[in-house]
Design a protein around this ligand. Structure first.
Ligand code: ZN
Length: 191
């Protein structure tokens, strides 16, 4: 990992982990893939290692990211999917030439068409987004309750009542804010 860049937020769902590389979209946005190298790092962490990435490929990645975010947000609130976002997701999915391989240990890994092809990696992410948005997977798309975040996340909790994209960040911040307000209202009861 390279020093001096915002850390990645890692989740279990590839597509929403990817949209999480931009956080606080409605506050002070944090760009977690600010350079082509950081996209290479992110892809490597997520089992999609590529050798190189051009600024144009980074732009394409961000375009896919925001398209997935827009489509997942619409799906979460049961709105019509934005046509332009669907187009970008489909284009990326169709362009990718990755193959799913089964390892001897029974795990799935991805083999990209060529080591330098960011497009192949984006194709895998786009296909993952399609399966989530199409409702093929066990879970439900929801929006983070934090007003500065509003990230689309995939709720796989049994009750489907998860409120925050991440407990460690948005969840804790909301809790802390509520605690501070309560303390101010009633300074004697610190509990
Ligand atoms: Zn959040």
């Amino acid at each position: 990992m390279r020093a001096g860049f915002p850390a990645f937020r890692l989740g279990n769902v590839l597509a929403t982990s990817f949209t999480g590389t931009l956080s606080e979209r409605h506050g002070n946005a944090v760009e977690r893939i600010p350079t082509p190298h950081r996209l290479i790092d992110w892809l490597a962490v997520n089992g999609l290692a590529v050798d190189s990435c051009t600024p144009a490929q980074l732009d394409l990645a961000r375009e896919l990211r925001e398209s997935i975010h827009a489509a997942a947000t619409a799906a979460a609130v049961q709105d019509a999917l934005p046509a332009s976002a669907v187009q970008v997701i489909n284009d990326c999915s169709a362009r990718g030439r990755a193959a799913a391989l089964l390892t001897p240990e029974g795990k799935r890994r991805w083999r990209l068409g060529s080591a330098s092809s960011v497009e192949d990696a984006l194709g895998v992410i786009a296909a993952d987004a399609i399966s989530v948005i199409a409702g093929e997977r066990d879970g439900k798309l929801a929006l983070c309750a934090s007003p500065t975040c509003r990230a689309a996340f995939f709720d796989t909790s049994r009750s489907r009542t998860r409120k925050w994209c991440e407990m460690n960040t948005c969840g804790n911040r909301q809790k802390k804010a509520r605690f501070t307000v309560n303390q101010r209202k009633n300074p004697r009861s610190a509990e």
